[in-house]
Design a protein around this ligand. Structure first.
Ligand SMILES: [Zn+2]
Length: 146
């Protein structure tokens, strides 16, 4: 009964179990990031409610130390990427490369659950002078936070 050859497929699809595991990782990482951001910003909000939007509001209007902001900003970009990934999971479009529309691949998603690009597109972006690490998803919406 080993007839499921599946030769044409470039990469295997995510299973429900994969998705469940990846979602958990995203949520764990998100909680960590919220803590880290709170620490960086020196806010007293050590409660574990992770409303990222609120954290970002506070960051943008009540804190102006540049170095801390830069750090917090990196974390927040990651947070946005995670939110986006979670949203895509809900919509059933998670794991698709934003560059070429191909499946990103289980291995890469396990390493970076919020990756927006497959390895090929990521590499191409870097060759074309891409600066950032894994924050492709942050996109234009993030430029409002200065
Ligand atoms: Zn791609």
């Amino acid at each position: 009964m080993a007839g499921k050859a599946n030769k044409g497929a470039k990469q295997e699809k995510l299973t429900t179990a994969d998705l469940k595991d990846l979602r958990k990782r995203l949520l764990d990482r998100k909680a960590e990031l919220v803590d880290e951001i709170n620490t960086i910003l020196g806010q007293a909000h050590t409660s574990s409610d992770n409303r990222s939007a609120e954290v970002m509001d506070q960051a943008s209007d009540s804190y102006d130390d540049e170095l801390a902001m830069q750090l917090a900003r990196n974390q927040m970009e990651q947070l946005l990427a995670i939110d986006e990934a979670l949203k895509q999971m809900d919509e059933g479009i998670y794991g698709v490369c934003e560059g070429c529309g191909q499946f990103i691949g289980v291995k890469r998603l396990e390493a970076i659950p919020f990756a927006a690009l497959c390895m090929d597109c990521k590499r191409r972006q870097e060759e074309e002078g891409g600066e950032e690490d894994e924050f492709e998803r942050a996109g234009p919406s993030f430029t409002t936070i200065e």
